[in-house]
Design a protein around this ligand. Structure first.
Ligand code: AMP
Length: 185
């Protein structure tokens, strides 16, 4: 198939079909959305990159922030294509220089994420990327972390959104959140 000839709706339908659902992984009851098939062929990787970037080309984005670990795959690719830098948000103890930290609630207990203090500044227009929006806890913590650094503007992007979990409702109403592919759960 020549992917270049597809309409944008057809491209999205192709990408949606390419996501692999793994029932009961990593624990019973979870429908795990495996994004690795999207990266597996040059056709789907390039279609994914193009469609993700469609929304962000002319916004003056200076930094893409990716969340460990699946945000480290498309994050740097998007940064390169947008002419922006890439900044990792990581679990505690992984970043070597001075960090800011944010705590967030998980299903069992609390978790933390960190970002290098010198990685963003007041002139940055930031796109925060992760592979999937579920309850929104992880991305909300990332948003708060980046917001505290006083950047100019923040956009939020996911490959997949699980709509029934209503993760986008945990964010302030004026936050720009986009996802490419939606599943009910
Ligand atoms: P949450 O903080 O609940 O929005 O969870 C988002 C994070 O958990 C993302 O980094 C995802 O990679 C991962 N995640 C949560 N639910 C799923 C799922 N059903 N399939 C794949 N990854 C998931």
């Amino acid at each position: 198939m020549n992917m270049k000839e597809l309409t944008s709706e057809e491209k999205l339908a192709e990408l949606r079909k390419t996501v692999r659902n793994i029932p009961d992984f990593p624990i019973p009851g979870i429908q795990f959305k495996d994004v690795t098939p999207l990266f597996n062929t040059k056709e789907s990787l390039s279609m994914l990159t193009d469609t993700l970037l469609d929304e962000y080309k002319d916004l003056g984005i200076t930094k893409v922030v990716g969340i460990e670990s699946r945000g480290f795959i498309m994050g740097p690719i998007m940064a390169l294509e947008l002419g922006a830098g890439f900044v990792p948000i990581r679990k505690p103890g992984k970043l070597p220089a001075e960090v800011y930290e944010e705590e967030y609630e998980k299903e069992y207990g609390v978790d933390k994420i960190q970002i290098h203090k010198d990685s963003l500044g007041e002139n940055d227009v930031v796109l925060i990327h992760d592979d999937l929006l579920a309850t929104g806890g992880t991305m909300l913590a990332a948003y708060k972390l980046v917001k505290k650094m006083g950047v100019k503007k923040i956009y939020i992007n996911f490959i997949i959104e699980l709509e029934e979990l209503r993760g986008r409702e945990v964010f302030p109403a004026d936050v720009d959140i986009k996802s490419l592919i939606t599943f009910s759960i």
